[in-house]
Design a protein. Structure first.
Length: 117
């Protein structure tokens, strides 16, 4: 399963940005997720989209600001990020096939999001 994320960039605090992950069609039956890793910090879970029923989960730090969605026709998983904060600055990566808590089998390359205050 291949994943490719894009859409990152440099924005100002309070701005919005949408990240998109193009996923392999075989991932249709996999839970997909977004993670991020800030400089000198460990990778952290951001949001996930369940394959069975589309149940979504979010990290507390992004609840109410970020929305994950999936377009099965386009084979994409998107992360709409609103009211961005400087703490959101990180490399964002998409993942597929959840094997355990924050443990996924397939990973795409990251896309940099930088939020200036």
């Amino acid at each position: 399963v291949q994943l490719q994320a894009f859409g990152g960039g440099l924005v100002q605090a309070g701005d919005s940005l949408t990240l998109t992950c193009v996923v392999d069609g075989r991932s249709r039956s996999y839970t997909t997720a977004w993670f991020r890793q800030a400089p000198e910090k460990e990778r952290e879970f951001v949001a996930s989209f369940g394959w069975n029923g589309g149940v979504t989960e979010y990290a507390d730090s992004v609840k109410g600001r970020f929305t994950i969605s999936r377009d099965y026709a386009k084979n994409t998983v998107s992360l709409q990020m609103n009211n961005l904060k400087s703490d959101d600055t990180a490399v964002y990566s998409c993942a597929a096939q959840r094997l355990g808590p924050n443990y996924y089998r397939y990973w795409g390359q990251g896309t940099q999001v930088t939020v200036s205050s």
